[in-house]
Design a protein around this ligand. Structure first.
Ligand SMILES: CCCCCc1ccc(-c2ccc(S(=O)(=O)CCO)cc2)cc1[C@H]1C[C@H]1c1ccccn1
Length: 238
């Protein structure tokens, strides 16, 4: 992977997104727009050329899974269609490394806008976390739009969205008493999910904001429930 032409960009954007995810929501005009238990969703209202591109930041605490497990299932193409209900087709068009893939996805049409597709590299990485006392690493998956001459955007069929997404997960362990073995009940995963999606072509602001408000909470709730369900009978992947 390190000699691939995209590697410098992949490395830079992944680390930029890690820093961005770890910034609090206290400053920068974030407004809380959805809450569900431990999940809090914030957005900023932004437009580019009259198109809504509202950045989103979701913070969540999930008990019983590790950050490695969360990122593993988010990254894996094999299970993508099990939890990603807003995607009609998903293809891995390039394998840059075992932790770095290029996806082409056709998204379900959102009436009255035209149907979208997305083409992005996806990179998963473990990052040592220096200021974490119990020394548990951070796992991140970063998805960022890219181009590929074999799959030109706006090929007449779909409008190509551009996106940058990151899922940053940190595992916290509440060690059991008397040195007993760690079980899932002793584990909590702190999740920060950030996304900026440019719709790629005009779509009514009211439609987009309504879709974002409906789809993002559903998406994150469904994904985290999926991972909890997949992991509960399996040995812990730290
Ligand atoms: C007129 C609609 C314009 C934009 C539609 C659109 C496309 C892709 C995406 C998107 C692309 C990737 C990701 S991911 O986290 O990398 C996982 C892999 O699939 C997530 C969401 C979002 C939206 C925006 C609707 C919004 C929306 C939000 C959550 C689910 C579905 N739709």
């Amino acid at each position: 992977a390190c000699q691939h032409r995209l590697w410098p960009e992949i490395d830079r954007i992944s680390m930029e997104q890690l820093r961005y995810a770890r910034l609090g929501v206290g400053e920068g005009g974030w407004q809380l727009f959805a809450e569900d238990g431990e999940m809090k969703m914030y957005k900023r209202e932004e437009e580019v050329n009259g198109m809504v591109v509202d950045p989103l930041k979701a913070c969540h605490m999930v008990r019983g899974v590790t950050g490695h497990e969360m990122c593993h299932y988010f990254f894996s193409p094999d299970v993508r269609m099990d939890w990603e209900t807003t995607v009609e087709q998903m293809t891995v068009i390039e394998t840059i490394a075992e932790d770095t893939l290029v996806f082409l996805q056709v998204h379900k049409r959102i009436w009255p806008a035209s149907q979208r597709d997305s083409l992005f590299w996806s990179h998963m990485r473990q990052v040592p976390d220096h200021n974490d006392r119990d020394g548990h690493d951070i796992w991140i998956v970063c998805n960022h739009s890219t181009e590929n001459p074999d799959f030109p955007s706006n090929n007449g069929k779909f409008v190509r969205v551009t996106l940058t997404v990151c899922l940053v997960c940190q595992t916290f362990i509440d060690p059991p008493k008397d040195g007993a073995q760690i079980v899932r009940d002793n584990i909590t995963c702190k999740i920060t999910y950030c996304s900026v999606v440019n719709p790629g072509g005009w779509a009514p602001a009211s439609v987009l904001r309504a879709v974002y408000k409906r789809e993002y909470p559903k998406f994150l709730k469904r994904f985290t429930a999926y991972v909890i369900d997949q992991c509960k009978e399996k040995p812990i992947m730290f």
